[in-house]
Design a protein around this ligand. Structure first.
Ligand SMILES: Cc1cc2nc3c(=O)[nH]c(=O)nc-3n(C[C@H](O)[C@H](O)[C@H](O)COP(=O)(O)OP(=O)(O)OC[C@H]3O[C@@H](n4cnc5c(N)ncnc54)[C@H](O)[C@@H]3O)c2cc1C
Length: 494
């Protein structure tokens, strides 16, 4: 791999960082959110400054991939390279690669609004904080991430849930065009009029078709929003679960400025306490710093709380607050499932979370968090069509169940992963028994053992496989870039 790094360095002067460039190399590795990702040390980091340099990188990697394929008679260039934008995926190897080539897209960080304010070009390596800061002064916003430190690239390519999703749909459904470097090294546009099939495939297709450098996102007039957290002690759980169920049922009636409420139940091992947080957001500027009627009149408005941080603030401030609850440098696991908004299934999911506390209590410095948030089929119908298969023709609200767990010791990795998997399986079994499950698994919350593309439905999955064969016939992004969720294309190599 060192020889390949040298070839890249010769053709891309100033773009290749080797481990002996200690400070820059360390800085690049530190930008991962999850500690496990930082520990997968690549042979070198390639940091292209523009799309031409990225194209050269891909052409060199493609040559190497072919070479290996020839030499190893079909073994392909397994694990040749990884792609990273904001480095927030907690899935091991999604954007990191031990001993391989790591393509760091952090220099693609432009945020350029169009003259008429109707769209914004976003570099894949920008963080959502860069985006909201650049747009706030102009009185516009895009349908983007809720956590300021998360990267644009991974979130948009995995679908994207935003404060603005009830109004406009998933983030990916509001991308007018993509600039992408294909496996051939060609730089192409994917939009409604140019390569429209690729345009659709990129809406939830993750890193399976090429490397996206720039997204042109729809924008709209926006000013301050109302946002914050209610903090409550763990014993409020039954009331919070009931309030969540009720609010999600009524969400259909709220105006679409009310974002989906996000409810988190956390067990903090160090303090041996349970804490509940509820994130409430209303995206329209209010005249007074008072609760908007939809939340005040909801069951959340009546809940007794320790304190509330809800107030009128900028989008940056709201997303910074979410980020302040997600510290860098810890070991991390995410896992998810989707259920209907059924009280018995929600209660069973909470019980599965709660019962596991005694099991995970042995994990040092652990925060064991169970998250509920709504996803309405009608939200998924907003914006441009995507292949995620969320809309199954009914109007029944869905609930995305998530686990986000952090801890400090590597020796606990397998135990945490296995326990989380068992808890998810328990929830799925309860949902199956109640007939309240749903096949969708949100890719950006999936654990490494989950299969998000299968969850999009057979037709959508087949479509994505066909797009892979069309735009990457030799399977560079299936077998050379192995990290993240792959499509299981039967015949990746021609
Ligand atoms: C603290 C936290 C908060 C979050 N909040 C939200 C939220 O509000 N809404 C939401 O929807 N999700 C949220 N997520 C999930 C988030 O969307 C995913 O973790 C996402 O993958 C992060 O994107 P990234 O660019 O930072 O990640 P990376 O780790 O850099 O990339 C993730 C995956 O995308 C691929 N990829 C990245 N850029 C490109 C590119 N340009 N071309 C091709 N492939 C690429 C990578 O190879 C990798 O497989 C959150 C995650 C965390 C950790």
């Amino acid at each position: 791999m060192l020889t390949l790094c040298k070839v890249l360095a010769a053709d891309l002067p100033g773009c290749v960082i080797l481990p002996h460039d200690t400070a820059t190399f360390k800085q690049s590795m530190k930008s991962y959110w999850a500690q496990q990702e930082r520990e997968a040390v690549p042979a070198c980091v390639v940091q292209p400054r523009d799309v031409e340099q990225l194209s050269v990188t891909i052409k060199i990697l493609k040559r190497e991939f072919r070479q290996r394929h020839r030499n190893a008679a079909g073994a392909q260039g397994a694990g040749l390279f990884a792609i990273r934008s904001g480095g927030h995926s907690p899935v091991p190897g999604a954007s990191s690669i031990k001993g391989g080539i790591m393509i760091d897209l952090s220099l693609f960080n432009e945020v350029t609004p169009s003259d008429d304010g109707s769209s914004v070009v976003l570099g894949t390596g920008a963080r959502w904080r860069d985006v909201s800061r650049a747009l706030e002064d102009k009185g516009i916003a895009v349908i983007g991430g809720r956590n300021s430190a998360v990267g644009v690239g991974g979130l948009v390519l995995g679908g994207g849930l935003s404060f603005f999703t009830p109004r406009y749909g998933p983030v990916c459904s509001n991308i007018l065009s993509y600039e992408i470097v294909l496996a051939s090294g060609d730089v192409v546009t994917a939009s409604a009029s140019t390569n429209p099939d690729l345009w659709r495939a990129l809406k939830g297709g993750s890193n399976n078709f090429g490397i996206v450098t720039r997204f042109t996102a729809r924008s709209f007039a926006s000013s301050k929003i109302w946002s914050g957290f209610l903090w409550m002690p763990g014993f409020q759980a039954p009331k919070v679960l009931a309030a969540f169920h009720e609010a999600v049922n009524q969400v259909n009636m709220y105006d679409s400025h009310a974002s989906g409420p996000m409810v988190c139940f956390s067990y903090v091992q160090q303090l041996r306490i349970q804490i509940i947080t509820v994130n409430l957001v209303y995206t329209k500027q209010l005249e007074e710093n008072k609760w908007p009627a939809c939340w005040k009149n909801s069951s959340f408005g009546l809940l007794w709380r320790l304190w509330s941080t809800c107030k009128v603030r900028t989008l940056t401030s709201a997303s910074d607050e979410l980020n302040s609850l997600s510290p860098y440098g810890l070991r991390q696991v995410f896992a998810t499932t989707t259920i209907k908004n059924d009280p018995a299934t929600i209660a069973a999911a909470h019980t599965a979370y709660y019962d596991a506390i005694t099991l995970v209590n042995c994990v040092k410095n652990m925060a064991w968090t169970f998250v509920l948030q709504p996803l309405l089929p009608k939200w998924a119908r907003n914006g441009d069509a995507n292949p995620m298969g969320i809309d199954d023709g009914t109007d029944e609200p869905l609930v995305i169940v998530g686990f986000t767990i952090n801890w400090t010791e590597g020796r606990d990795d397998e135990f945490v992963k296995d326990t989380t998997r068992r808890v998810i399986e328990q929830i799925d079994a309860a949902a199956a028994a109640n007939r309240t499950g749903h096949r969708f698994r949100y890719l950006n919350y999936c654990a490494e053992w989950q299969r998000p593309f299968e969850s999009y439905g057979e037709e959508n999955w087949q479509f994505l496989k066909e797009m892979s064969k069309k735009y990457d016939p030799e399977g560079l992004f299936q077998k050379g870039c192995v990290g993240g969720f792959k499509l299981d294309v039967e015949d990746g190599a021609s």
